[in-house]
Design a protein around this ligand. Sequence first.
Ligand code: ZN
Ligand code: ZN
Length: 426
Amino acid sequence: MKLTFHGAAREVGRAGCLVEHDRRRVMLDYGVKVSPEQNITPLPVQGFLDAVIVTHAHLDHSGAVPTLFHNSEQPVFMTPPSMPLIDLLVKDSLKVNDLKGLLPIFSEQHVKRMMRNVKQVMNGEEEKVAGKMTFSFHDAGHILGAASAELNVGNQKLVYTGDIKFSASRLHNPAYDKFKAVDVLVTESTYGNREHPERTSLEKQFVESCTEICEKDGNVLVPAFAVGRSQEIIEALVSNDFNYSIYMDGMCKSAAEQMMEHPDYLRDYDEFYRAMKQAVWITNDTQRKQALDEPSVIVSTAGMLSGGPALSYLFKMRGKKDQAVFFSGYQPSDTPGYGLLHSKRLKVEGFDLDFSPFDIRYFDFSAHADKNELFAFVKKTAPKLTLIQHGEEAQALAFAKRIEDELGLTTVVPTFGQKIDVDDYV
Ligand SMILES: [Zn+2]
Ligand SMILES: [Zn+2]
């Protein structure tokens, strides 16, 4: 078995791992690195593919799949909830691209062709991929429909985690972690060298901070990703008896509708539904004005303030008293959110605005496993070869060193485009 890292090598974003065996070629994920400018694509594929397996809907795993349909067609395997979410996110990325006036990397025609070739696979079902290669999905606890892929390649077993979370969140159960006799593990390492705060106290602190702002008649804007994070934040507020109005705006509404369509993929549907019912789903400008005219929390896309309604709220909040922005996700250094969080300046769409009177904070509601959870998983799985991807270089290297030092397992942190012949290690 040979594995080539087309992306997510010593970086977060543009995942793409090509598996080759016995003249068969299968791509695991094919995403983009979301950027304020043109999204960055993975290394292109030379020749034909037999199949694509997509672990989840986030664009860093799915955003370049339509480019694989320029001159060819192949089956694309994904879980049932991933299908509508990928359709939603990929089409939205086309729209965003258009608004920015950038050349698209694929057209709506390619998206159609991709969707026509989707094969839905439920968690735990074994499926033929290509030749004698088979695989099954297992719940990854990350977002709706997110799965790890377990592949039987020749007489070897490969586990590809995708993005994974081993502790329960409001929305999802912990990831499946009972893999047996694993030869090769390809694991994410987003938080390979970082710890998360304990979730219950984080939620309490978040809700108390929102209440403090609202008690002063202020507003809290929570920029959040459309799938998962937005709904998680609202559920945290409602479950902790938050007493003020909660508004949701942007693509998180369509994502929430998809979650309602797939109750079996949620930890506690009733709790989720109760939270969604309590929030005001904004559909018009009168509601947008009302949201800022009363003390409130407004949860809206984009999570990194690269666009979307969150940005319009922020512009309107300037000049008002007791305003806050509480980030719910990690802000990479090249995003407008990073600038606002670290220097209280927003540089976006040609503006450079000062937000120094604002209360601006970050609450770590991550949907990824942290360093100790990842380490415990590798220890339990005990693969013959561990390949570490989907983490910034420092995170990935620190994680690899810990595995080698404390477990004595063979570990490689692939570089961009590196081809690894598993037989050289196993
Ligand atoms: Zn993800
Ligand atoms: Zn990812």
